[in-house]
Design a binder for this molecule. Structure first.
Ligand SMILES: Nc1ncnc2c1ncn2[C@@H]1O[C@H](COP(=O)(O)OP(=O)(O)OP(=O)(O)O)[C@@H](O)[C@H]1O
Ligand SMILES: [Mg+2]
Length: 268
């Protein structure tokens, strides 16, 4: 007899060219208020060019998971590898991380914040700006190139941070709630746009979101984490053909069934 957990799990894709692997990962934080177990015995593999969405209750360790992949934190137990590299520097140079807080530099213009991703890779500022401009236009930011982050709305700042992440040109994208403070129309448009970019130029993506529909629409697989300490309680393969025109997908009965499975796993 299959258990509920087994029924919710599905096989990850081939790991012949490994993307990201978490093996028995534990991460605890110590502070004046005591010890907090953020993640415990977490196993997760993301295949090359696979898009995996992660959902789970607030505080279950989703941002911690991304920081571990990005090489910004080390696990207390277990191992994290990105394209075969377990060293923090190796993970750092293979990933582009978009943090939940945008981390824009307040003294740099919006365009120069995005261009920074290229400048860090040795591209001159003028050329970096030239390459960042088309992305700005696509993100609806063309009139705000010279604005400072303090002059932008939360949603605009998020789009600038998103541009910076894409421009870094890394093989693995780690996106922490990339569209969280956008209105629903802009958000839906950017989801379609990201899906189109990934179709043209596949990347390995770990996407954290609170939005189950977004998780399903963008993901090849949706991973559901338990409440803190986070562990994987369900892995749901999203076997919907691509391209996925948003309006057709969200009204598809197969999509509704997947949403139901994800919501049940979240309530578990
Ligand atoms: N630097 C830190 N020091 C102490 N505790 C921390 C630290 N960072 C995170 N935590 C704790 O670890 C747990 C997991 O945090 P994390 O930010 O990874 O969760 P999350 O799933 O991303 O939450 P949210 O959905 O609210 O963004 C939380 O209980 C949080 O309070
Ligand atoms: Mg978080």
């Amino acid at each position: 007899m299959t258990t509920k957990l087994e029924a919710l799990r599905s096989e990850p894709p081939s790991l012949a060219r490994e993307g990201v692997a978490f093996e028995g990962v534990g991460r605890h934080y110590s502070s004046r208020r005591g010890d907090t177990a953020a993640l415990e015995d977490l196993d997760l593999r993301i295949g090359n060019d696979e898009v995996v969405s992660v959902v789970g209750p607030s505080g279950c360790g989703k941002s911690t998971l991304l920081e571990l992949a990005a090489g910004l934190q080390e696990p207390d137990s277990g191992a994290v590898r990105v394209a075969g590299s377990g060293a923090p520097a190796g993970r750092l140079e293979r990933t582009a991380y978009m943090p939940q807080r945008d981390g824009l530099l307040p003294w740099r213009s919006a365009l120069d914040n995005a261009a920074l991703a290229l400048e860090c890779g040795g591209v001159g500022r003028a050329q970096a700006r030239r390459r960042a401009r088309p992305l700005f236009a696509r993100l609806g930011l063309e009139r705000f190139e010279r604005a400072l982050p303090g002059e932008l709305s939360g949603g605009m700042r998020q789009r600038v941070a998103f541009a910076r992440t894409l421009l870094a040109g890394r093989e693995v994208l780690l996106l922490d709630e990339p569209f969280a403070s956008l209105d629903s129309i802009t958000r839906a448009g950017l989801q379609e746009w990201l899906a189109a970019i990934l179709a043209e130029e596949p990347r390995t993506v770990l996407l954290v979101t609170h939005d189950v529909e977004e998780a399903l629409y963008l993901g090849d697989r949706v991973v559901v984490l338990s409440a803190r300490p986070g562990r994987v309680v369900a892995e749901i393969a999203v076997e919907l053909r691509r391209p996925r025109p948003r309006r057709d997908v969200v009204t598809d009965p197969a999509f509704s069934a997947l949403r139901q499975r994800a919501l049940e796993a979240l309530a578990w």
